[in-house]
Design a protein around this ligand. Sequence first.
Ligand code: HEC
Ligand code: HEC
Length: 351
Amino acid sequence: MATPFQQLWRPVAGVLGLLGIGLALVIGLSAPEPAPEPPPTELGDGAPSPFLADRAEPILPLAAVAGIDADKMALGRKLFHEEALSGDGTVSCATCHDLGRGGGDARPRPIGSGGAEGVVNTPSILNAALGFRQFWDGRAATLEDQIDEPLHGPHEMNSSWPQAVSALGRDPAYQAAFAMLYPGGGITAANVKDALAEFQRSLPAPTPFDRFLAGDGSAISGDAKAGYKLFKSLGCVACHQGTGVGGNMYQRMGLLADYFADRGGVTAADFGRYNVTGREEDRFVFKVPSLRNVALTAPYFHDGSAGTLEKAVRAMARYQLGREITAGETKAIVAFLESLTAPPQIGGPGS
Ligand code: HEC
Ligand code: HEC
């Protein structure tokens, strides 16, 4: 069942899906890839929502997550922190996706099993469930599919399913929990993935900006409101939009200025989506990241090259929009982005 909050926004969501595509086309971007089906339009009791006329926004509010199986989520949370899933028993998902650090690791690139360094920045886990695909280059379709890679990755957990399943099987508490929640299956790769994914689906949480979108004008500061106006008028919303404020399309890094020429030292990890499709037009193309909780997850970009949010915002204006923005504009946009931080909660940031 959708909450009344979700029902209220359904009609708006349909209109906004189209607006988003229109906007992207106007400024000459490719249309969002597999745009999600617009939600069905229904107006509840038939009365037009008072929000419809004047509150059509490119960013959609996030309601509290519903329909989570609390027991599977709790099991998934334990597995997320379980070092026995790694080959040498020292690395868990939370080693890199630290819930106390915005779901990331606060490093340009992660350190995994045996001290090996990864090749791209660790994205936050807090908003992954909102993304249309997983990974910077979108190579995994679902949260469940995504797990195979960190589990096996020599730079990550350096393990295998038979090894992980047998390590969990040595713990009677896991045996009991899996037997209860997955009758007939018990501890299997598929059930471990299911529980981990359920935990990750529970993480997206409403923020002050969501309260602002729902009509509470006092939920965010004056600076943040000014920043949101700029975020729209400059064109950031052409790419960072929808419920995730990103996570629903691919775009090139360096659309209007050559980011990689300026940075230098290009490696295969910079090729992005090209590594998946082999199509020349996908070189340097990445999934647009969600900006929810972004204030918690410095450093930024797939290469971890922007040390602060200010630097990331100025780089975006330069390379994606072809503009230099002032210190005041940058400050306002940062204040807006800070209003996208969810408060610490059970199972979420800070816990
Ligand atoms: C050694 C550090 C490390 C460990 C351990 C790790 N991850 Fe990650 N995770 C990363 C990095 C780096 C990426 C980005 C990789 C890429 O896009 O190519 C990532 C990407 C992801 C994504 C995609 C997020 C997005 O927005 O696209 C999810 C979901 C995720 N990890 C979940 C997990 C889970 C679940 C585990 C445990 C089974 C785990 N990770 C273990 C570093 C790690
Ligand atoms: C043309 C599409 C596009 C536009 C317009 C755009 N962005 Fe981005 N944004 C991206 C992509 C793609 C990335 C990932 C780039 C990378 O990692 O190399 C990104 C990354 C970011 C990040 C870093 C997120 C993280 O977790 O590392 C921030 C912050 C950001 N954008 C803010 C903005 C702001 C503010 C604006 C407007 C001034 C803006 N973006 C305009 C596509 C866009």
